[in-house]
Ligand binder design. Structure first.
Ligand code: CA
Length: 225
């Protein structure tokens, strides 16, 4: 695993580098935003530890560069305790997590490992359950290789269910994922979408089906009959 640390305090940067190297990472240290940008131009990282307050600018600008190049790079912000707005902006800009200074090295390591585990799940473009697959980039579902033609909202619902396997997806979450603030959503719209997708999966011979927990939500499970 290859890491880039972007930290303009040399002592802290060096401490991080030594610690993370000892924990088995290959580590690059950039002491400025421009150095980091140069590193990112030539190298691909599994994760970037990014201080926001850098001598030559806001570390936030680097997120775009990272995301533009290789979206599965994990980004962990180092933020000051007195700057909660920094964290919100950082997460909104595409960072995966943040850790507040001063931090414990064991905690940092745990957070970093969590970020490194996450990408496959979070950004996987092809999601699978049984004989059902969904290509999130192409927005295309198929059952046993046969393409299933799904309207936009049913495709969004299917994606949500596939990304939350083994867990109940609550009605509120479905509504939030499927409908914008400006959409006119009738009270039974969520139920109707679930019901339509459920029928389509059955009709297509999917080996998984949507189990509905009335009033709570639904989840994907192996088909019983
Ligand atoms: Ca700093």
């Amino acid at each position: 695993m290859r890491l880039l640390i972007v930290e303009d305090e040399p002592t802290l940067g060096d401490l991080l580098r030594r610690n993370l190297t000892a924990r088995g990472f290959a580590v690059d240290l950039a002491l400025s935003r421009s150095d980091a940008a140069a590193f990112l131009d030539v190298e691909t990282y599994d994760a970037v530890l990014l201080d926001r307050r850098l001598g030559d600018g806001d570390g936030l600008a680097l997120v775009k560069q990272i995301r533009g190049k290789r979206s599965e790079t994990g980004i962990l912000f180092l933020t000051a305790r007195d700057a909660p707005a920094d964290r919100i902006e950082g997460l909104d800009a595409g960072a995966d997590d943040y850790i507040v200074k001063p931090f414990d090295m064991d905690e940092l390591n745990a957070r970093l490992r969590a970020v490194l585990r996450r990408p496959g799940k979070r950004l996987a473009t092809v999601l699978e359950a049984g004989n059902l697959t969904f290509d999130a980039a192409m927005r295309r579902a198929s059952v046993a290789g046969q393409v299933l033609d799904l309207p936009r909202q049913e495709a969004a619902l299917l994606e949500l269910l596939l990304r939350s396997q083994d867990a109940v997806v609550r009605r509120e979450e479905i509504q939030r994922s499927l409908y914008g603030f400006d959409d006119d959503v009738t009270p039974n719209a969520v139920d109707a979408a679930i019901s339509r997708l459920r029928k389509r999966l059955r009709a297509a011979g999917a080996s998984v089906e949507i189990a509905v927990l009335r009033g709570v939500g639904c989840m994907l499970e192996a088909r019983r009959s």
